[in-house]
Design a protein around this ligand. Structure first.
Ligand code: AMP
Length: 411
């Protein structure tokens, strides 16, 4: 029955059998975030294009190549959000959250869009969950944010996760370092890939991410900022590491770590899972002390992370759909009574279904089997009966005791 229409390239449908693994993930994340005082925020799926140009950075791959940008009927340029932080900072300013007690701690989950080459673990519409801790420059906030993602991955049981940690220094230190790095790249221009060479002056950090062999050789000898951190930057990085140590979160220092967004300062981090293959990053983030000012607000330090929902599910072996263990199917010719009972059972927390297709009672029983019912209630004749689909045992039941009868047989 395939039609000529298919989901667009790089997008996918989330089918019912895949939904329960997602729901579990979302529930656990929401609980972990709430326990640490992060409150949910939701922003629109599209924003003014200028927000991302300004917030994510014009020289980034995301802004240069990956945005789904369109003009609305009023001639305004809008973009499907490629990431969450710029929008949340926009909302923070728009709603005067800088007047609240700081830091403001927010969490989010939703779809994001990037026009990338699709492959396993990389899609054009994907989902991210994340948190932002806005309005503090304390290294304790960096550590808390990292611990939150570590806790989530641990509680979900994601295997083989490693944390890589780096620092880009403060805005000034970063600026000074970029000059040193540019000089190194210019000195070896002939060995660099065309893409990296063309961007030496716009975005030299990206050279660390290159998969070109010549560029990689040049970068192996490049000066790194982690090794040059001074003063408060060095103290900040040491404090973050000390907090991670007391929190029992293991990490390796990665001096070549850079991230694809322009706004990071000081701490950056990345959680990777080798079983994921080429797209091994599950989530990452860092501090972005200059972003809110960049968007026209007062100087406001902040730190956050974003993790990819699909990557987490892939690392978990996604398929393990949870079959509801308590499903009840009501077989009946009396639909009034069946609907009432279904409503009552649903209210008590039992997934309950009844025939919606005019089947015979025999057909209904067959259907109960197909939808994986744990129990079947027969509302026929004088007295209702309950069948345990696991043992096959069937007996008369008083509807007033139905729940007790079922739960007594659970286990
Ligand atoms: P980023 O916003 O680029 O720092 O990405 C944060 C996380 O989002 C990554 O670690 C991935 O897990 C996930 N992610 C980013 N881009 C994609 C994509 N195109 N498809 C699926 N997941 C993605």
């Amino acid at each position: 029955m395939a039609s000529k229409y298919q989901a667009p390239r790089g997008t996918f449908d989330i089918l019912p059998e895949q939904a329960s693994a997602r729901t579990r993930l979302e529930r656990e994340a929401a609980e972990i975030f709430a326990r640490a005082g992060y409150e949910p925020i939701a922003t629109p799926v599209f924003e003014d294009t200028a927000l991302f140009e300004r917030g994510v950075g014009k020289s980034t791959d995301i802004v240069r190549k990956e945005m789904f940008t369109f003009e609305d009927k009023g001639g305004r340029s809008l973009t499907l959000r490629p990431e969450g932080t710029a929008s949340i900072c926009r909302a923070y300013l728009e709603h005067g959250m800088h007047k609240l007690a700081q830091p403001v701690k927010l969490s989010y989950l939703g779809p994001f869009f990037r026009h990338e080459r699709p492959q396993a673990g990389r899609y054009r519409q994907f989902h991210q969950l994340g948190i932002e801790c806005i309005g503090t420059d304390s290294p304790a906030a960096d550590a808390e944010v990292i611990v939150m993602l570590s806790t989530l991955l641990k509680e979900l049981g994601v295997p083989g996760v490693e944390l890589r940690l780096g620092s880009l220094g403060s805005l000034d230190a970063r600026r000074a370092y970029l000059e040193v790095l540019k000089a190194h790249l210019h000195a070896h221009e002939g060995d660099l890939s065309k893409d990296v060479r063309e961007r030496i002056d716009i975005n030299p950090l990206r050279a660390f991410d290159s998969d070109d062999a010549g560029t990689q050789a040049v970068m192996a000898a490049a000066p790194t900022i982690v090794d040059r951190l001074e003063g408060e930057d060095a103290a900040h990085f040491a404090a973050v590491r000390a907090y991670l140590d007391v929190s029992g979160v293991a990490y390796t220092i990665d001096s070549s770590l850079v991230r694809g967004l322009d706004y990071y300062t000081r701490t950056i981090f990345s959680f990777v899972c080798d079983s994921l293959g080429a797209q091994s990053e599950i989530g990452g983030g860092g501090r972005y002390d200059g972003l809110i000012e960049q968007l026209g607000g007062p100087p406001t330090p902040a730190v956050g992370f974003a993790a990819g929902v699909e990557r987490i599910l892939l690392a978990l072996g996604e398929g393990e759909a949870e079959v509801p263990q308590r499903k009840v199917f009501i077989v009946t010719a009396n639909y009034d009574q069946a609907m009432e009972l279904a409503g009552d059972l649903r209210q008590k927390g039992f997934p309950a279904e009844l025939d919606l297709a005019g089947r015979s009672q025999k057909g209904q029983l067959k259907h109960a089997n197909r939808v994986g019912a744990r129990w079947v209630v027969f509302l026929h004749g004088e007295s209702p009966e309950l069948r345990d689909m696991q043992s096959g045992e069937q007996k008369p039941v008083d509807l007033a005791n139905l729940v007790d009868e079922m739960t007594g047989a659970e286990g």
